[in-house]
Write a protein that binds this ligand. Structure first.
Ligand code: E4P
Length: 220
Protein backbone atom coordinates (compact mmCIF):
# COMPACT_ATOMS: atom_id res chain seq x y z
CA UNK A 1 0.00 0.00 0.00
CA UNK A 2 1.26 3.46 -0.83
CA UNK A 3 1.30 6.35 1.66
CA UNK A 4 0.94 9.86 0.25
CA UNK A 5 1.32 13.02 2.32
CA UNK A 6 -1.61 15.44 2.08
CA UNK A 7 0.19 18.77 2.40
CA UNK A 8 1.70 21.71 0.53
CA UNK A 9 4.27 22.51 3.23
CA UNK A 10 7.74 21.80 1.90
CA UNK A 11 9.26 21.20 5.36
CA UNK A 12 6.61 18.55 6.13
CA UNK A 13 7.06 16.95 2.72
CA UNK A 14 10.85 16.81 3.11
CA UNK A 15 10.52 15.24 6.58
CA UNK A 16 7.99 12.68 5.30
CA UNK A 17 10.24 11.82 2.36
CA UNK A 18 13.37 11.44 4.48
CA UNK A 19 11.87 9.74 7.56
CA UNK A 20 8.91 7.78 6.22
CA UNK A 21 9.82 7.15 2.57
CA UNK A 22 6.51 8.66 1.55
CA UNK A 23 5.33 7.55 -1.93
CA UNK A 24 3.86 10.84 -3.14
CA UNK A 25 2.05 14.06 -2.26
CA UNK A 26 -1.48 15.34 -2.66
CA UNK A 27 -2.36 19.01 -2.38
CA UNK A 28 -5.50 21.06 -2.66
CA UNK A 29 -6.29 24.80 -2.57
CA UNK A 30 -6.68 24.68 1.22
CA UNK A 31 -3.22 23.15 1.69
CA UNK A 32 -1.68 25.64 -0.74
CA UNK A 33 -3.27 28.48 1.19
CA UNK A 34 -1.86 27.21 4.49
CA UNK A 35 1.64 27.00 2.97
CA UNK A 36 1.52 30.82 2.88
CA UNK A 37 3.08 30.87 -0.61
CA UNK A 38 1.72 31.63 -4.11
CA UNK A 39 0.29 28.58 -5.89
CA UNK A 40 2.78 28.32 -8.77
CA UNK A 41 5.74 28.89 -6.46
CA UNK A 42 4.77 26.23 -3.96
CA UNK A 43 3.88 23.50 -6.45
CA UNK A 44 7.23 23.97 -8.19
CA UNK A 45 9.07 23.85 -4.85
CA UNK A 46 7.32 20.54 -4.12
CA UNK A 47 8.24 19.26 -7.59
CA UNK A 48 11.91 19.96 -6.88
CA UNK A 49 11.71 17.68 -3.81
CA UNK A 50 10.79 14.75 -6.08
CA UNK A 51 12.73 15.47 -9.26
CA UNK A 52 14.38 12.36 -10.72
CA UNK A 53 11.84 10.12 -8.98
CA UNK A 54 8.61 8.62 -10.29
CA UNK A 55 6.65 9.73 -7.22
CA UNK A 56 3.55 11.74 -8.03
CA UNK A 57 2.35 15.12 -6.79
CA UNK A 58 -1.36 15.78 -7.19
CA UNK A 59 -2.07 19.43 -8.02
CA UNK A 60 -5.60 20.80 -8.28
CA UNK A 61 -7.00 23.08 -11.00
CA UNK A 62 -8.75 26.33 -10.10
CA UNK A 63 -12.00 25.29 -8.35
CA UNK A 64 -13.87 28.18 -9.99
CA UNK A 65 -13.72 26.47 -13.40
CA UNK A 66 -17.19 25.27 -14.34
CA UNK A 67 -16.42 24.29 -17.94
CA UNK A 68 -14.35 21.32 -19.08
CA UNK A 69 -12.38 23.44 -21.58
CA UNK A 70 -11.12 25.76 -18.82
CA UNK A 71 -10.05 22.78 -16.70
CA UNK A 72 -8.30 21.20 -19.68
CA UNK A 73 -6.48 24.41 -20.58
CA UNK A 74 -5.15 24.83 -17.03
CA UNK A 75 -4.36 21.13 -16.60
CA UNK A 76 -2.25 21.13 -19.76
CA UNK A 77 -0.27 24.13 -18.46
CA UNK A 78 0.26 22.58 -15.02
CA UNK A 79 1.22 19.15 -16.35
CA UNK A 80 3.93 20.76 -18.49
CA UNK A 81 5.64 22.13 -15.35
CA UNK A 82 6.69 18.75 -13.93
CA UNK A 83 6.59 15.10 -15.03
CA UNK A 84 5.59 14.26 -11.45
CA UNK A 85 2.33 16.22 -11.57
CA UNK A 86 -1.00 14.40 -11.64
CA UNK A 87 -3.80 16.90 -12.14
CA UNK A 88 -6.80 16.96 -9.83
CA UNK A 89 -10.17 17.72 -11.37
CA UNK A 90 -13.46 17.55 -9.45
CA UNK A 91 -16.10 14.84 -9.81
CA UNK A 92 -18.56 17.15 -11.56
CA UNK A 93 -20.01 16.60 -15.02
CA UNK A 94 -17.50 19.10 -16.44
CA UNK A 95 -14.71 17.43 -14.45
CA UNK A 96 -15.55 14.02 -15.92
CA UNK A 97 -15.56 15.51 -19.40
CA UNK A 98 -12.19 17.18 -18.71
CA UNK A 99 -10.83 13.86 -17.46
CA UNK A 100 -11.82 12.19 -20.70
CA UNK A 101 -10.30 14.98 -22.82
CA UNK A 102 -7.08 15.00 -20.80
CA UNK A 103 -6.61 11.24 -20.98
CA UNK A 104 -6.64 11.60 -24.77
CA UNK A 105 -3.64 13.92 -24.31
CA UNK A 106 -1.93 11.45 -21.94
CA UNK A 107 -2.23 13.74 -18.93
CA UNK A 108 -2.67 11.83 -15.68
CA UNK A 109 -5.72 12.74 -13.64
CA UNK A 110 -6.68 12.39 -9.98
CA UNK A 111 -10.48 12.60 -9.83
CA UNK A 112 -11.09 14.47 -6.58
CA UNK A 113 -14.07 15.21 -4.32
CA UNK A 114 -15.45 11.70 -4.86
CA UNK A 115 -18.20 10.63 -2.47
CA UNK A 116 -19.81 7.58 -4.09
CA UNK A 117 -18.92 4.33 -5.80
CA UNK A 118 -20.88 5.43 -8.88
CA UNK A 119 -18.61 8.47 -9.26
CA UNK A 120 -15.57 6.22 -8.81
CA UNK A 121 -16.85 3.84 -11.49
CA UNK A 122 -17.26 6.67 -14.00
CA UNK A 123 -13.75 7.95 -13.14
CA UNK A 124 -12.25 4.53 -13.90
CA UNK A 125 -14.25 4.10 -17.13
CA UNK A 126 -12.83 7.41 -18.36
CA UNK A 127 -9.24 6.53 -17.44
CA UNK A 128 -8.38 8.35 -14.21
CA UNK A 129 -4.98 7.51 -12.76
CA UNK A 130 -6.28 7.98 -9.22
CA UNK A 131 -9.74 8.28 -7.72
CA UNK A 132 -9.98 10.11 -4.40
CA UNK A 133 -12.93 9.25 -2.15
CA UNK A 134 -12.91 11.73 0.75
CA UNK A 135 -13.71 9.49 3.69
CA UNK A 136 -13.10 12.03 6.48
CA UNK A 137 -15.69 14.41 5.05
CA UNK A 138 -18.30 11.66 4.96
CA UNK A 139 -17.52 10.11 8.31
CA UNK A 140 -17.73 13.44 10.13
CA UNK A 141 -21.38 13.54 8.98
CA UNK A 142 -22.01 10.10 10.41
CA UNK A 143 -21.92 8.44 6.99
CA UNK A 144 -20.53 4.96 6.47
CA UNK A 145 -17.28 4.82 4.48
CA UNK A 146 -15.68 1.35 4.65
CA UNK A 147 -18.41 -0.24 2.56
CA UNK A 148 -18.02 2.46 -0.11
CA UNK A 149 -14.25 1.89 -0.33
CA UNK A 150 -14.75 -1.90 -0.44
CA UNK A 151 -17.30 -1.49 -3.25
CA UNK A 152 -14.91 0.68 -5.28
CA UNK A 153 -12.08 -1.83 -4.82
CA UNK A 154 -14.38 -4.71 -5.86
CA UNK A 155 -15.70 -2.86 -8.91
CA UNK A 156 -12.17 -2.09 -10.11
CA UNK A 157 -11.17 -5.75 -9.68
CA UNK A 158 -14.30 -6.97 -11.51
CA UNK A 159 -13.40 -4.96 -14.60
CA UNK A 160 -9.61 -4.91 -14.22
CA UNK A 161 -9.59 -1.09 -14.16
CA UNK A 162 -6.08 0.33 -13.74
CA UNK A 163 -7.27 3.38 -11.75
CA UNK A 164 -5.80 3.34 -8.23
CA UNK A 165 -8.05 3.89 -5.21
CA UNK A 166 -6.54 6.80 -3.26
CA UNK A 167 -8.40 7.07 0.04
CA UNK A 168 -8.35 10.76 0.98
CA UNK A 169 -9.15 13.03 3.92
CA UNK A 170 -7.88 10.32 6.26
CA UNK A 171 -7.99 11.50 9.86
CA UNK A 172 -6.55 8.69 11.98
CA UNK A 173 -4.69 5.36 12.09
CA UNK A 174 -7.92 3.38 12.24
CA UNK A 175 -8.99 4.78 8.87
CA UNK A 176 -5.59 3.93 7.37
CA UNK A 177 -5.99 0.34 8.55
CA UNK A 178 -9.60 0.12 7.32
CA UNK A 179 -8.50 1.28 3.88
CA UNK A 180 -5.74 -1.35 3.87
CA UNK A 181 -8.09 -4.13 5.01
CA UNK A 182 -10.40 -3.59 2.04
CA UNK A 183 -7.46 -3.37 -0.37
CA UNK A 184 -7.25 0.33 -1.28
CA UNK A 185 -4.07 1.12 -3.22
CA UNK A 186 -3.13 4.36 -1.47
CA UNK A 187 -4.03 6.53 1.50
CA UNK A 188 -3.29 10.22 1.74
CA UNK A 189 -3.19 11.81 5.18
CA UNK A 190 -1.81 14.88 6.90
CA UNK A 191 1.52 15.08 8.69
CA UNK A 192 0.06 14.77 12.20
CA UNK A 193 -2.04 11.74 11.26
CA UNK A 194 1.09 9.79 10.24
CA UNK A 195 3.03 11.03 13.29
CA UNK A 196 0.29 9.68 15.57
CA UNK A 197 -0.20 6.50 13.54
CA UNK A 198 3.46 5.47 13.69
CA UNK A 199 3.65 6.05 17.46
CA UNK A 200 2.36 3.88 20.28
CA UNK A 201 2.67 4.60 24.02
CA UNK A 202 3.46 0.92 24.71
CA UNK A 203 6.45 1.13 22.36
CA UNK A 204 7.82 4.07 24.33
CA UNK A 205 7.10 2.34 27.62
CA UNK A 206 8.64 -0.95 26.43
CA UNK A 207 11.79 0.81 25.27
CA UNK A 208 12.17 2.38 28.72
CA UNK A 209 11.85 -1.05 30.38
CA UNK A 210 14.45 -2.53 28.04
CA UNK A 211 16.78 0.43 28.53
CA UNK A 212 16.72 -0.09 32.32
CA UNK A 213 17.68 -3.76 31.88
CA UNK A 214 20.33 -2.81 29.35
CA UNK A 215 21.91 -0.40 31.82
CA UNK A 216 21.94 -3.07 34.56
CA UNK A 217 23.71 -5.65 32.33
CA UNK A 218 27.43 -5.79 31.48
CA UNK A 219 28.03 -5.65 27.74
CA UNK A 220 30.91 -8.12 27.71
C1 E4P B 1 -6.91 14.69 -1.04
O1 E4P B 1 -6.28 14.59 -2.06
C2 E4P B 1 -7.32 15.96 -0.44
O2 E4P B 1 -6.30 16.91 -0.59
C3 E4P B 1 -7.62 15.87 1.00
O3 E4P B 1 -7.57 14.59 1.53
C4 E4P B 1 -8.81 16.67 1.35
O4 E4P B 1 -9.11 16.62 2.67
P1 E4P B 1 -8.70 17.61 3.81
O5 E4P B 1 -8.01 18.81 3.23
O6 E4P B 1 -9.98 17.94 4.47
O7 E4P B 1 -7.80 16.79 4.67
Amino acid sequence: MKFFLDSAKVDEIRYAREMWNIDGVTSNPRHVRSSGKPFLQVIQEIAREFQDTDKTISVEVNPHHTAADAMVEEAVRLAALSPNFVIKVPATEAGFKALWMLRERNIRINLTLVFSAAQALQAARLGATYVSPFIGWKEVNGEEVSEMIAEIVDIYRNYDFKTEVLVAAVRNARQIVEAAVVGADIVTAGFDVYKDAFDHPYTTKGLKIFAESWDATPYE
